[in-house]
Design a protein around this ligand. Structure first.
Ligand code: NAD
Ligand code: IMJ
Length: 258
């Protein structure tokens, strides 16, 4: 049976109650996992307060700042996990960022700085997390990331994020191959469009959601809870034979050719 009691799960990427990571954290908590929450700090400490208030009902035993652009913060996060928990079992990578200018207009106008930032935050961060997982998942474990169809097919305006997701998905495979002998599994969930902070800021997202509702076999979009349930499965012993995979949680949209 699916039971995460006694498992230590660190969740990144919660910004608000619409975040996919929030859906994942809730389902991991429901399955009995002991939670740690890492949030992106801002100058005024507002993110800290907001995420702390939101996640309080899940009784996290760790609450840590982590901007993946700062090696010091990433190292400190893993050091705190080691100190408090000793071992890590589950690590959720649920973050991405590209400059707004890069997510509209011609892909060929992507700047060097914009490309570097998108790939650094959205893809290199999984390499950092893989290193942390390797050191801390001493009894095996599960590393999970979130990706999108725009990493394998052209989706209007996804642009440099598509390149970042392509890199991210290949990292899933390289990390799965490297960490497998330690019984650490590495997988990705490719979620269909969901209205979150990261998607609502995109022009035309509502039209894209309506398109999915018309075309996808299930004739609807997916919810954060559905992604959270699939994540809980992949992080549980029920998925003990699954690694290096991208699981589509997209109402079946990606199978359609027309
Ligand atoms: P969201 O805005 O709620 O989450 C994005 C998170 O990234 C935020 O919590 C933000 O704090 C974090 N982040 C950004 N820069 C960071 C940095 N430098 N260091 C640490 N954290 C940083 O939006 P979301 O839609 O829940 O996105 C979560 C993941 O799901 C992303 O990887 C996204 O690409 C992926 N995804 C989203 C959709 C969708 O339609 N919403 C679909 C498929 C995949
Ligand atoms: C993002 C851009 C273009 C099309 C898009 C998206 N579609 C979907 C998304 C169709 C579903 C959302 N998505 C899958 C993402 O990964 C979003 C990443 C993202 C969003 C923003 C918005 C605000 C900002 N930077 C961002 N960086 C990454 O300033």
């Amino acid at each position: 049976m699916l039971n995460l009691t006694g498992k230590n799960a660190l969740v990144t990427g919660i910004a608000n109650n619409r975040s996919i990571a929030w859906g994942i954290a809730q389902q991991l908590h429901k399955a009995g996992a002991n939670l740690g929450i890492a949030y992106l700090p801002d100058d005024r400490g507002r993110a800290e307060t907001k995420v702390q208030e939101l996640t309080e009902p899940l009784n996290p035993s760790l609450f840590l700042p982590c901007n993946v652009q700062d090696d010091g913060q990433v190292d400190a996060m893993f050091a705190a996990v080691k100190e408090k928990w000793g071992k890590l079992d589950i690590l959720i990578h649920c973050l991405a960022f590209a400059g707004k200018d890069e997510l509209t207009g011609d892909f060929s106008n992507t700047t060097r700085a914009g490309y570097d930032r998108a790939l650094e935050i959205s893809a290199f961060s999984l390499v950092q997390f893989g290193r942390g997982a390797k050191a801390l998942m001493t009894e095996g474990g599960s590393l999970l990331t979130l990706t999108y169809l725009g990493g394998v097919r052209v989706v209007p305006n996804y642009n440099v994020m598509g390149v970042a997701k392509a890199a991210l998905e290949m990292e899933v495979r390289y990390l799965a191959a490297e960490l497998g002998p330690q019984n650490i599994r590495v997988n990705g969930i490719s979620a269909g469009p969901i209205r979150t902070l990261a998607s609502s800021a995109i022009g035309g997202i509502l039209d894209m959601i309506h398109h999915v509702e018309a075309i996808a076999p299930l004739r609807r979009t997916v919810t954060q809870t559905e992604v959270g349930n699939a994540a809980t499965f992949l992080c549980s012993d029920l998925a003990s034979g699954v690694t290096g995979q991208i699981l589509y949680v997209d109402s079946g949209y990606s199978i359609m050719g027309m």
